[in-house]
Design a protein around this ligand. Structure first.
Ligand code: AHM
Ligand code: MG
Length: 335
């Protein structure tokens, strides 16, 4: 009989791959798994339990928060706090990072950055949303209170990153720097099972994901690239197919499995695009590269950017390596 591997088993079996393995990172991933199950349960019941809708409050980016944004944020923060594996957390929903400084966190080595409910404008219309997380080792001395610098590390310093996609199935996808694996939640059993081992982008892709309503604001190179993907060329299968949900996690997941490129360039809501470097782009860039893809801001590798603010934004282009390289050449004026 085929063996079904649970996420818990997989984490333990792969603990040996972690450079500093003492079990803390495994425990932390298990805590994220637990919080994700709780959030998943709330999302599935959103329509029933009257929790759909807006709170009427704004988050730090001035965006109206859906109730589930706040619920997901609270669940992740309280679950991770209660289990003592991290010494601090920064969330897209909170202005400041939160330092955990009770006795149980004294020896904790890790910090987490999280977008608890990404694509939350899609909740009320029953379209896929996600959670994105990123894990780093603290750089401040153990035992001291965490500092802002602990959270402002470049993506290359990530120890692990992943996302939950609350779609037709709920899937947890993560990397610890040794490939990307996906686990599908079986609600009857209450466990995640390995369903997508060692995910790799297909060598060639034919899907592009971009909010074309913003076309007029895009840099010339991006405009030219979009026109290029829409031209007929039988050799590489153009015109490519356009797919865009407005949920980064959903667009990313599809593009990684089927072969595609995601673009959120500058020139729209801010000169740096919309997506946040620390909560969205770095974790997705880590996953992208681990799956054989490429993630850039137009010219620089996302994971090399040195962050200066918790909520800073960056233009973001990620996906199949070949497609991103061509987009990069258009942006650089070399195509
Ligand atoms: P959010 O974290 O507030 O939900 O915003 C991020 C989302 C991404 O999931 C998505 O790719 C993007 O915003 C869509 O933005 P737009 O509606 O401008 O196309
Ligand atoms: Mg988000």
């Amino acid at each position: 009989m085929e063996r079904h591997i649970t996420l818990g088993e997989f984490i333990i079996e792969n603990q040996k791959d972690f450079p500093y393995a003492k079990g803390e990172l495994s425990a932390l991933l298990s805590s994220i798994k637990l919080a994700a199950k709780m959030v998943n349960e709330k999302i599935n019941k959103a329509g029933l339990s009257q929790i759909i809708g807006k709170m009427g409050t704004n988050n730090i980016q001035g965006e109206n928060q859906a109730k589930l944004d706040i619920i997901a944020n609270d669940i992740f923060i309280s679950t991770l706090k209660n289990r003592g594996e991290i010494c601090g957390i920064a969330s897209e929903e909170l202005e400041h990072y939160v330092a955990f400084d009770e006795d149980m966190h004294k020896d904790a080595k890790y910090i987490v950055l999280i977008d608890p409910l990404d694509g939350s404008s899609n909740i009320d219309v029953d379209i896929t949303v996600g959670t994105i997380f990123s894990i780093y080792r603290r750089i401040s001395p153990a035992g001291a209170k965490v500092k802002k610098e602990d959270f402002l590390q470049p993506g290359d310093s990530q120890v692990a990153a992943g996302y939950l996609i609350y779609g037709t199935s709920t899937i947890l996808v993560y990397t610890t720097g040794n490939g990307v694996n996906g686990f599908t939640f079986d609600p009857g059993v209450g466990s995640f099972f390995l369903s997508h081992p060692q995910i790799r982008y297909p060598e060639h892709g034919k899907i592009y994901s971009v909010n074309e309503g913003n076309y007029v604001h895009f840099p010339d190179g991006v405009k030219k690239y979009i026109k290029w993907v829409q031209q007929i060329d039988e050799k590489d299968g153009r015109p490519f197919t356009s797919r865009y949900t407005g949920s980064l996690v959903a667009d990313f997941h599809r593009n990684m499995l089927l072969g595609g490129i995601y673009l959120y360039p500058q020139g729209t809501t801010s000169p740096n695009g919309k997506l946040r470097l620390l909560y969205e782009c770095n974790p997705m860039a880590f996953l992208t590269e681990q799956a054989g893809g490429k993630a850039i801001d137009g010219e620089t590798r996302i994971m090399e950017i040195i962050p200066s603010e918790l909520h800073e934004r960056t233009p973001f282009i990620c996906g199949n390596s070949e497609m991103v390289s061509i987009a990069e050449r258009f942006i650089g004026g070399n195509y």
